[in-house]
Design a protein around this ligand. Structure first.
Ligand code: ZN
Length: 109
């Protein structure tokens, strides 16, 4: 038998209140925009967690190509590997969303 709507609503309200409480108590470090230029910098960003949400949202990720040309003409690709890291982050985000959905499902049983 499916959960009764009143209980569901109460639970939802509790969750919303809990989220609001945590958001005001802790510092959310999620972003709405993230610049991805150097691989090591972006890797550090994507490996951080949010004290409020657990999974840290990086928002819209903008990939910039950065090349540094040395005196001897050598080109150093600073953004090498960035697209792959962005893909990895997108996979993590998708997995995280899937987990949330699965948790909701299991609570219904
Ligand atoms: Zn957050």
């Amino acid at each position: 038998m499916p959960g009764n709507p009143r209980k569901r609503l109460e639970k939802l309200e509790q969750q919303m209140a809990e989220i609001a409480r945590r958001e005001s108590a802790a510092n959310c470090n999620c972003r709405t925009h993230t610049l991805a230029a150097a691989a090591e910098y972006f890797a550090a960003e994507m490996n951080q967690t949010c004290p409020v949400h657990g999974f840290r949202r990086l928002g819209k990720i903008m990939v910039f190509n950065v090349k540094i040309v040395g005196k001897n003409g050598d080109v150093e690709e600073r953004s090498q590997g960035v697209p792959e890291l962005v893909e990895e982050y997108e996979r993590r985000l998708a997995r995280h969303r899937q987990q949330i959905l699965e948790e909701d499902d299991s609570e219904e049983l």
